[in-house]
Ligand binder design. Sequence first.
Ligand code: ADP
Ligand code: ZN
Length: 731
Amino acid sequence: MQIVSVLIPLGLPGPYDYAVPPDMDVGLGDFVRVPLGPRRVNGVVWQAPRALGKDDLEPKKIKSIVERLDVPALSEQLRQFVDWVAAYVMSPPGSVLRQVMRVPTAFEPAKPLLAYRLDPSTPEARPEKMTAARTRVFAALAMLPQGMGLTGPDLAREANVSSSVIKGLLAGGFLQTYPLPGHKAFAAPEPDHVQRDFSGDQKTVTQALSAAVAERDFTTHLLDGVTGSGKTEVYFEAIAQALRENRQALILLPEISLTTQFLERFEARFGCAPALWHSGLGPTERRRTWREIAEGRVQVLVGARSALFLPWQDLGVIIVDEEHDGGFKQEDGVIYNARDMAVVRARLASCPVILSSATPSLESYVNGREGRYEIHKLAARHGGAAMPKIQLVDMRASPPPRGAWMVPEMVASVGAALARGEQALLFLNRRGYAPLTLCRGCGHRYACPDCDSWMVEHRFRKQLQCHHCGHLEPVPELCAQCHEPDKLAACGPGVERITEEIIGHFPDARTVILSSDMTGGTQALRETIQQVARGEADIIVGTQIVAKGHHFPKLSFVGVVDADLGLGNGDLRAAERTYQLLSQVAGRSGRSAEAEGFAMLQTHMPEHPVLQALAAGDRDGFFTREVLAREIAGMPPYGRLAALIISATDPNEALAFVRELAQKMPAHGDIRVLGPAPAPIARIRNRYRFRFLLKGPKNAPMQAYIGQWLAPLKTRGSVRLSVDIDPYSFL
Ligand code: ADP
Ligand code: ZN
C-alpha cells in the first residue's frame, strides 16, 4: 500500500497520512480531497508517496484519499515558503497553508457563470403584481441591448433589489438565464508600451535594477528616494525587465484598495491594468485570479500582503512599496511581516526584491548601511520640484485661541494656499470628532464596556465608537450616570472637529475628509482621493490615509495639527514611526514644480530630536542617532524581540496560565524575559490580556527557546496564547 502525508489548511500539528488508492496517480504538491473526521477537506501532498512501513499505523486505520483535484500542483518553492514561514513565526504549517488556500472555489471545477435577461420572445411580459423592486429589475434590463443580461449579483446591484426578487421573476417565467462565456484572460502588460526619459540618478538606478532582474538571482535592493523622486517610475522599469524575461512581477502595496491613481499610472506605462489581490475582491474575481496565477497566466499583480502566498509559477521580481509601512505586519492569525517574508519569498524564487521608501524602516536602513542590501538613492524630486520647507510651531509659546485647535498662523497659511488657487491639507491621525466624552456635571467618562478604552465620538454619524472592538452607541443626550442634560463635553480633537473648525474659517472652500471610516466606505474614499488629485477640493482634512503615496499636484500646504501624537507612547519605534509618518505627510506638498511645498507642525516639544530633524530635513542625521540608540540598547535591528500574549475571558484563568508560564520559563544565557505584565490595553473584547517580552541578541535562538518553553504547556478553558516574533505592536 502506498501512503502520503497530506497537509491540511487548519491549525493541526502537522501533516496526516492517507492511503493512495491503487488507480490514483498523486505526486508531491498535488491538491487532494481527504476525509477528516466526519468531513472532507482539501489539502496538499506534503511528502512524496512511500510504501507503508512498519512504523506506520495499521493499514485499516489509514483512510484513503478521496480524489485528486484538477489544480496545478503546489510548487516546491511555495511548499518551502509555507514551511519556512511556519517555523519562523511559530504557527502550525497548516495555518500558513491556509493563507495559500484561502479561495475555496479555486479548487472546484469552474461553474458556468449565469446571467439573467428578459425572455427575448416576450420582452414586454410583466407580472400582474408589479412591485417597486420588480419595476427596477425590468428597468435595469430594458437598458441593455436586446438579448443581453446581467449576472445575479450585478443585476441585484443595478436594480438595488435582493436576489429573492430576481429568483421570483425567474420562477414566474419573466426572466431567463443563459450561460456567459468563460472569463477573459488577463491582459498582458507590454514592457515597451512607452519609453520614459530618466534623469541622471534615475537612469543609473533604473539600469542597476533592470540588470538585477536580468541576472535572475536573489538580491535585495533598497530604493531610497525622497517623496516625488520617481521611485514608482523607476521600479516600473524593473517590472518591464521581468516581463522581457518572461517572468512575473508582484508589487505589494500597503493600502491597495485606495490605489486608483497607481493603477492609472501602471496602465499609462504598460498599456493595461495589472491583476489585483486584496480583501475587497469578490469571490468570482478571487477564483479567477488564483487560478490564472496557478496556471502562469498573470504577468503582473498588485496586491496586499497575502499576495505573497499566491501560487506564483516564475516570479521575476517582488516590489514592496512604502516598505516602512506598519500595515505590512499582519497582527492576527498567522502573525507575520510581509516585508520580511517578501525577502524570503524572493530568495526561494531566485529573484530580486526591491524595497522602496522615502523613509525606510530602520531595519532596512541598517541592512543597507551594512551592505546586506544594495542601496539605490534618488536624492531630488522629479522635474525640479523642491522639497517642502518644514516649520515648527511651539504651542507652549503661542497656543491656539480658546476652543480652537489650530494657531492663527496655520489658518493663515491655509488661506494663503487657497488664495493662490492651491490646496491645503490638515493632518491629524485621529478618526472621529473627539477621543473622549465626559460629563461636566459628574465627571463620568464614556468607556467601552468590553475594552479598556474610551469611546470615540463620531459626530457626523451621531455615534460613540470603540476603536478597539468597534462597539457602537448612539451619542447620548443625557449623562449615563447623573442623567443631567447638556452636560456632555467632547475632549480633544479628531479629524471631524478640525473640519468643523476650518469650515468656520473658510465656509466657501470645498473641504473634504479623508479618513477610513467615512460613510460610503472604500469606494467613497477612493472617489474623494481622485477628486483631490483632480483639484476638485480645496481643503483636505485627513488621517494617516493621506500619507500613503498619493500624488496631489495642487497641494502646497500641509498643517500637522498634533505632531506629538505618536511620540507619547514610549514604544520602541515611536520616534522612527513619527518621523516616517510626518515626513510622508509633509511630502504630499509641493510635488509638482508649480506649487512650492510648505509644512507647519504644531508641537509642545519643538526641541524633540524627531521634530528637530524634520525641520532641518536631516533624515540621515536622525537615523544615525536612532540607530546608535538601538545599538546601545540592544534593540532591533541589533537585537531580537518576541512577545507572548496571553488572553482569556476569565481573568483568573488568564492569571493561572501566566503563573504557570512564568514557573516553567527555561533559563537561557542570552535571552531575557520581561514580564509577565498586564498588557497596556489590559482588556480587549472582554478578554483580559497579559504579555511577556523576550529580548536577545541578533543571533539568539528565539524560536527554539520559545518552542522549548511552550512544549510542556497546554492552554485551558478560554485561554489563548499567541507568539509574535519581531513585534511591532506593544499594546
Ligand atoms: P515617488 O514614488 O518617489 O514618490 P513618483 O514615481 O510618484 O515618485 O513620481 C512623482 C511624479 O513625477 C509622478 O507624477 C511621476 O509620474 C513623475 N515622474 C517621475 N519621474 C519621471 C520621469 N522620468 N518621466 C516622467 N515623469 C516622471
Ligand atoms: Zn471596545
